[in-house]
Design a protein around this ligand. Structure first.
Ligand code: BJ8
Length: 425
């Protein structure tokens, strides 16, 4: 791949040597974690292909789209209503921030005690490692946690940045603010693209993105089966890829994958042994290539059947109502759908706990692993409350904090194995 795309990466001003080293490490990591799985679903070959071409073919597609006048808009948070971006015939890309590369550079301009996700996106940009960043005409941040909010102020010196204000409560007054913010975002995207957003093109975009959510919901629902018909790490990967890939193509491929899973379920076939302990992971989003916890859990003989996460059910659970007629109604439908996201940045955030309990019961998990990145205050603090409530519900719970480096992997494994041992007795 390197030779094929070197001139494109050079034009994007990537640090070619550092980038080649990154791809090599990731390729090895991917082989160990993913390709080593036995009896893997055939449909995952599409995902393997997307991964193998993630900085190649997909970037070339973006460059071709840009040459044809389309804009590329990068986002970091599932609060950004991507339907507005697609409605203006621009391309929305969820920027990843799941690897440690570039951390040293990030720590030159940011404090060290920040979560890995923030240091990752800053580090990737400063180290010139990410062709997605370099393809973006606009990067959209949001006022969720304090770390991101303040980091965007600095990050704006390096990229074309726009920040949306996300309310921190869910009262009617907050929804009014949120509506105004969505309209302000619409105006910004219109001025970036020179295209008017209408009821028609917004409605079309809503249906495309809802279809993608439906395919991911279908996949998630199939994970209710015993034994689990897909590994948690594969399901996580599918969710991660949904942020990059062309949405129509992705939806088609994931529906095919689901057909294959349904077929396997009918045959009672699974890649996971029937005695594998069923686990829910809940907490911070896991961006590519953050596969650490899933790998540790599943290589310890358990299977993850549900992610209560923004790279998981928090992103796919709710659809945008599709019956709107006017532009105003479509905007209202966006306000309503996006207000239902239960990020720990909200207070109070009781619905998140209700969701966790409900999903733990419906997916019949034996235990919940709460996951937060070190220095992520919203999720770490919320984990205490969740732990207390799950204890009352009789649902075993453990809270783990980690980051993107691999130094604590054995420590993590020891804790996870001890937790799984309790669940097995
Ligand atoms: S809606 S979870 S994608 S903000 S891990 S940077 S919270 S200190 S990512 Fe998120 Fe939107 Fe919420 Fe979802 Fe801050 Fe925590 Fe770091 Fe985080």
């Amino acid at each position: 791949m390197t030779d094929l795309y070197n001139s494109m990466w050079e034009k994007l001003n990537l640090d070619l040597d550092a980038h080649a080293a990154l791809l090599e490490v990731l390729g090895k990591f991917y082989g160990d974690i993913y390709l080593s799985q036995e009896k893997r679903l055939k449909g995952m070959e599409y995902i393997d292909f997307v991964i193998s071409e993630i900085h190649g073919l997909r970037i070339r597609e973006l460059q071709e789209a840009k040459a044809n006048g389309q804009k590329v808009v990068g986002t970091f948070c599932i609060f950004v209503p991507e339907e507005i971006i697609w409605a203006a015939d621009a391309i929305a890309i969820g920027l990843c921030a799941g690897a440690e590369a570039g951390k040293e550079k990030a720590e030159e301009i940011l404090p060290r005690n920040l979560c890995s996700l923030i240091k990752s996106f800053v580090g990737f940009k400063l180290s010139r490692l990410c062709p997605f960043f370099e393809s973006c005409d606009l990067i959209v941040g949001e006022t969720t946690c304090d770390g991101k909010k303040k980091a965007y102020e600095i990050f704006g010196d390096y990229v074309p940045m726009y920040v949306m204000e996300i309310p921190q409560m869910k009262r009617s007054i907050d929804k009014e603010l949120w509506r105004k913010e969505i309209v302000r975002f619409k105006d910004k995207i219109e001025s970036l693209t020179g295209r008017e957003i209408t009821a028609e093109n917004l409605g079309k975009a809503v249906r495309i993105i809802n279809d993608r959510r439906r395919a991911l919901q279908r996949l998630n629902n199939l994970r209710r089966h015993h034994p689990a018909p897909i590994s948690g790490r594969d399901a996580l990967l599918v969710n991660q890829i949904s942020f990059y890939d062309d949405p129509k193509r992705f939806t088609q491929q994931i529906n095919k994958l689901c057909d294959e899973i349904e077929d396997r379920v009918k045959r009672g076939d699974s890649i996971v042994p029937s005695e594998a302990v069923r686990i829910m992971v809940s907490g911070c989003p896991m961006a590519i290539p953050n596969w650490k916890l899933h790998y540790v859990v599943e290589s310890s003989g358990a299977v993850i059947v549900f992610e209560e996460s923004c790279v998981g059910s928090r992103n796919t659970r709710d659809l945008v109502e599709e019956s709107s007629k006017s532009l105003d109604e479509w905007i209202d439908a966006l306000v309503d759908r996006y207000s239902r996201i239960n990020c720990a940045c909200f207070t109070p955030n009781e619905e998140r706990i209700d969701n966790i309990i409900q999903a733990a019961k419906e997916w019949e998990v034996k235990g919940v692993i709460h996951y937060h990145l070190n220095f992520c205050q919203p999720y770490e603090i919320e984990s205490f409350k969740i732990g207390r409530i799950l204890a009352k519900e009789g649902i075993p719970f453990i809270s783990v904090g980690t980051d993107y480096n691999m130094e604590d992997i054995e420590q993590l494994r020891t804790r996870i194995e001890a937790f799984l041992e309790i669940l097995r007795t």
